[in-house]
Design a protein around this ligand. Structure first.
Ligand code: FES
Length: 69
């Protein structure tokens, strides 16, 4: 039986904000594009309004909650 080496990143969902990933190596977006993770912790946008998708750029802080996807 082959043993696979899985990463075990930690995931934290910030209320009304991004998803924090600790220990991830890559993030694959909805188009299948692989984004290398080059920092110990990265913030992935969940509001879909960031200008730096898939990364959070803080835009979620200024959009009304009713305008969020
Ligand atoms: S969650 Fe921060 S910009 Fe979308």
């Amino acid at each position: 039986m082959e043993v696979q080496d899985f990463d075990h990143p930690e995931v934290e969902l910030c209320p009304h904000g991004p998803m924090l990933l600790r220990g991830a190596r890559t993030v694959v977006d909805e188009h299948g594009t692989v984004h290398p993770v080059e920092r110990p912790v990265v913030a992935v946008c969940r509001c879909e309004k960031s200008s730096r998708m898939p990364w959070c750029d803080g835009t979620h802080k200024v959009i009304p909650r009713s305008g969020r996807s």
